[in-house]
Design a protein around this ligand. Structure first.
Ligand code: FCB
Length: 488
């Protein structure tokens, strides 16, 4: 395929596509998960290896014995039926899960694995039988190992690999699923991959840096461009076949803050970071162009990021049906001490005394502000919150058979309130998904950081719904809930 011709083709198609939201659809109250983090069974039914099987099982990058071979055993129907029952009891009407590319196409490009297709079809039917709508993510980081070895998202051919996979998914699931997330969080995936590579190279744990360093930025922008283009091409394939449904991308958005007393150089670093983390995605999807400040910075640095003149227009022409937002926290940004005077240089930090969860500062006010920014700066597209949630050290202890996760409970109550305030401001939010329904495997951080509303004993696989799940259930029932309902 020649991508130079895409804008025209996409423009023609998108005129008939439009948003496909059913007129009276109820608000989606859900939870989210990802295949690798929950399924286990990492060789069952002819599954091919993914880059994550390699990182954790072969290379032990999350520590010795820390593996996705069992995770929370979600590939097992006896187990997941019990989990669906728990989610139904919570009142969820939507469940966002991902299917595994190397299960569906074990070597990434070759034959389709019908056993895996059958598994996911049965799972979706089981979900629907419980009154829960499937929100299917095609790609949540588990790149087939063979494709990772062929360069993964750095290789522009990844656009075609993904389109092929997406067409297989649409053909096999379009009769059961109408809401798709094409790809999850290009930015965080990239940061996680760099940390994995650093662990491999140096053997030490390293620090997780969401914001790319100056050195890593060109490679990051190159992969983001490919992920966005791959999504645009898959969307075109979907609409060309006349399937009915909604497609979007789940982007992690990070309101960018500076500390009081920040210098002009810090503020410049923050603005450019906003370009890299937020506007790179939002401007291409909603304005059909990449932010000039980021492009200029790359030009000045003499970096080749592989972006062709029509790429951003092709992404804009895809006109995704909704914007998937993963929101956890804002990021405080400053210019690193000693960085050269010119050019891009930014680092994240947490000001002393900031109340924070594993994923950063807890700031529901910034969630509301972010949603309003999408309304005012990007034409108020339909939004689905594809992830929001938190984990805190010490919040998940099982005491006398119960888990009082007071901090998570408050986080959810406050963020739902912020979202509802934004909706009153006029933001078009159609759904909200907590990350996550269950405690699960947190990538390179193993099983130590819990995010679930349902506690999982990773040795016995026993489930215990936490306080947050009962309060979330009350929110879903429409009760007016406040932080006080979470206790102390
Ligand atoms: C997000 C990821 C998700 C999970 C949460 C805690 O960045 O999309 O898989 O790890 O963070």
């Amino acid at each position: 395929m020649r991508y130079a011709r895409l804008p025209l083709m996409l423009a023609a198609l998108s005129a008939s596509a439009g948003a496909q939201t059913p007129a009276h659809e109820p608000f989606l109250w859900g939870a989210a998960s990802a295949a690798y983090q929950v399924e286990g069974a990492n060789t069952a039914d002819n599954k091919g290896p993914s880059i994550w099987d390699d990182y954790l099982d072969n290379k032990s990058l999350a520590g010795p014995g820390m593996s996705g071979a069992m995770a929370i055993n979600f590939y097992d129907r006896d187990q997941y039926l019990k989990d669906i029952a728990l989610m139904k009891a919570m009142g969820l009407n939507s469940y966002r899960f991902s299917i595994s590319w190397p299960r569906i196409i074990p070597d990434g490009r070759g034959p389709v694995n019908l056993a895996a297709v059958a598994h996911y079809r049965r799972f979706i039917l089981d979900l629907k039988a419980a009154g829960i709508r499937p929100m299917l993510t095609l790609y949540h980081w588990d790149m087939p190992l063979s494709l990772a070895r062929a360069g993964g998202w750095e290789n522009r051919q990844s656009i075609e690999w993904f389109d092929h996979y997406a067409q297989v998914v649409f053909a096999n699931f379009n009769d059961l699923v109408d809401t798709y997330v094409l790809v999850n969080e290009p930015l965080v995936e990239r940061a996680m991959k760099l940390l994995a590579e650093q662990r491999l190279a140096t053997g030490d744990k390293g620090e997780f840096q969401i914001i790319p360093s100056a050195q890593n930025l060109p490679g990051a922008l190159r992969t983001f461009n490919h992920l966005l283009l791959a999504s645009a091409v898959a969307s075109r394939s979907f609409h060309a076949k006349g399937y009915r449904g909604r497609l979007g991308i789940a982007v992690p958005l990070f309101p960018v803050l500076t500390a009081p007393g920040a210098s002009a150089a810090d503020r410049e670093a923050a603005t450019l970071s906003d370009g890299v983390m937020n506007r790179w995605f939002l401007d291409s999807m909603y304005k059909g162009r990449y932010p000039t400040d980021v492009l200029d910075a790359m030009r000045q640095a003499g970096a080749d990021i592989g972006v062709r003149p029509d790429d951003a227009a092709a992404i804009g022409a895809a006109r995704f049906d909704y914007l998937g937002i993963n929101f956890y926290s804002p990021l405080f940004i400053r210019r690193p001490v000693g960085a050269a005077r010119d050019g891009y240089a930014a680092e994240m930090f947490l000001p002393q005394g900031t109340y924070a969860a594993y994923n950063g500062a807890v700031r529901p006010d910034q969630f509301r502000a972010l949603l309003n920014r999408i309304r005012t700066d990007y034409g108020n597209p339909p939004i689905i919150i594809t992830e929001n949630g938190a984990g805190f050290p010490g919040d998940d202890e099982l005491v006398n058979g119960a888990v009082r996760d007071v901090k998570r409970c408050r986080y959810i109550v406050d963020h739902v309130a912020a979202m509802q305030a934004a909706m009153k401001d006029g933001v078009d939010v159609r759904g909200y998904h907590v990350w996550s329904s269950h405690d699960n495997l947190e990538w390179l951080f193993g099983y130590g950081s819990r995010f679930g509303m349902i506690h999982v004993d990773f040795d016995t696989q026993k489930r215990t719904p936490k306080l947050s799940s009962t309060v979330y259930a009350r929110i879903i029932r429409g009760e007016q809930v406040t932080e006080a309902d979470c206790g102390r």
